[in-house]
Each structure stands twice: as C-alpha cells, then as structure tokens.
Design a binder for this molecule. Structure first.
Ligand SMILES: C[S@@+](CC[C@H](N)C(=O)[O-])C[C@H]1O[C@@H](n2cnc3c(N)ncnc32)[C@H](O)[C@@H]1O
Length: 238
C-alpha cells in the first residue's frame, strides 16, 4: 500500500463531505492541484510552473480541470482583491502550501478561515520537518538556497510548524492535529480542540528546532497515519 500523503488526505475528505469548493495556496507544478477532483478548484501562486503538456494531459485524466481558476499573485493579494469569489458558497477545503514561513502560513490560514464553511477543512502541508535544515526559518526557498545549510537536500518546510503551535495556543474554536506522513499534514477544522497548548506569542517566536525535536508529539498533536482512517469515520456526510 502507498504511504499516506496530502493528496489522498484531501481527496478522501472531499469524497466524505462531498466538498465542492477547493482552494490551493501554492500550486507550483500542479502535482497536487491537477490531481484533485472537485467541482470548483481555485489555485493561487505568484509563479505557476505548470507545463502546457501536463495541463492538457490532466484535462483528459481529470476533466474537473476544465473549470480550474488560476490566480497568479501572492496569497495576500488574492485575499485582498479576489476573495469575493467565496462570498456566496464559501470554501469547503483549502490546502495551505505557499510560502513556508510561520508569518505567511498563519496569515494564509487566517484568511482561509474567514471564508471556511462550518464543516470545512484547512489542510496544511510541511508541519512536521524532520531535520534542522528542512526546518530552517529562511524567508523563502530562494533564501534557503543561499545559506549552504549543512545536510540540506533542497526540501524546505521552514517554520510552518509554529503556526500549528500558535493556533493550538490561541484558538479554542479550532480542532487541530498533524498526521505524521508526507512532511506533516496538518488538519484544522472548526470545533472544540482535543487539548490546547498555552504558549505565549513571544514564547512561540523563541521556540527552536531543538524544542520541536524534544516535544514534537505534544506541540503538533501528532497522530500516526493509521489514525486518518478512524478520523474519516467521524466525519459527518452532507
Ligand atoms: C511547495 S510549492 C507548492 C507545492 C504544491 N502545493 C504541490 O503539492 O505540488 C510552494 C509554492 O508556493 C508558492 N508561493 C511562494 N510564495 C507564495 C505566496 N506569497 N502566495 C502563494 N504562493 C506562494 C511558490 O511559488 C511555490 O510554487
């Protein structure tokens, strides 16, 4: 069996809750976006890298792609200029996978939450980096490339994990956990948290990779991939 990844998590949730509106922040080559089957898909990226051949072949393998809407701009501009497109039907499920900094990923989650339907989902990629170089708090992947980080292989999750810690410390209206697969797949829904953290804003700023390493399971509310099957059974079908 293939290991669990964000694409399967998203598609299984879409199927289970019959989600219609999908937003992906950070699309790049469309490896995830073009595979997802949903009625209305919105992609946001300042620099799409989807090749024309891929676009065409994915129309055939996944005809939902005919209706895709692409917004070539940073996510902040998208929410400032275009978010009225969600005013009528809201967002059922969003993947936050854009700029991998604490600050930007938190803004992206907050902006998605403004339009998220009551039974909707925010999925965050890169919440569980396994090495210090992958978790390095650079400003961007381009910045990370300039730093000659020891042992770095080019995969960069940054400090997105701090967004999980922040939301689990401040939002008593959100239920949050991270699946320990595919660099850490965070799942955020509206509802009562299983348990909260009590870190202050300043304490979170000062957390280091070493702190994550020592207390990973507690900070992230980390669940094994098998837990996802149990979780799916709890989802109300529309
Ligand atoms: C890791 S890639 C996304 C991978 C994609 N979700 C997938 O699963 O194949 C991150 C993407 O975020 C985009 N990005 C960087 N800054 C962004 C921003 N401010 N808003 C939206 N996307 C951004 C980059 O251009 C890059 O294409």
């Amino acid at each position: 069996m293939k290991p669990l990844n964000k694409i399967k998590v998203i598609q299984d949730i879409i199927k289970r809750i019959k989600a219609k509106i999908y937003l992906e922040i950070g699309v790049e080559k469309g490896l995830c976006f073009l595979k997802i089957k949903a009625r209305k898909k919105f992609g946001v990226d300042p620099k799409f890298l989807i090749g024309i051949k891929d676009k065409i072949s994915k129309y055939i393998t996944n005809p939902w792609n005919f209706f895709n809407q692409y917004y070539q701009m940073p996510s902040d501009d998208f929410f400032k200029l275009k978010s009225n497109i969600f005013e009528q039907d809201g967002i059922d499920i969003a993947l936050v996978d854009g700029l991998h900094t604490y600050e930007q990923s938190l803004k992206d989650v907050d902006n998605v939450l403004t339009y998220l339907n009551d039974n909707g989902f925010v999925i965050m990629h890169d919440c569980n980096p396994k090495t210090e170089s992958v978790a390095y708090p650079a400003n961007s992947i381009e910045h990370a490339y300039t730093l000659n980080l020891p042992g770095w292989t080019g995969a960069w999750s940054g400090d997105v994990w701090k967004t999980i810690v922040y939301l689990r410390s401040t939002r008593s209206d959100l239920s949050i956990f991270v699946l320990d697969c595919d660099d850490g797949v965070g799942i955020i829904t509206k509802g009562k948290p299983e348990k909260m953290l009590n870190y202050s804003k300043e304490e979170i700023e000062n957390l280091s990779y070493n702190d994550l390493e020592k207390n990973r399971s507690n900070l992230l509310n980390l669940k094994c991939p098998e837990y996802f099957e149990e979780f799916k059974k709890t989802l109300a079908q529309k």
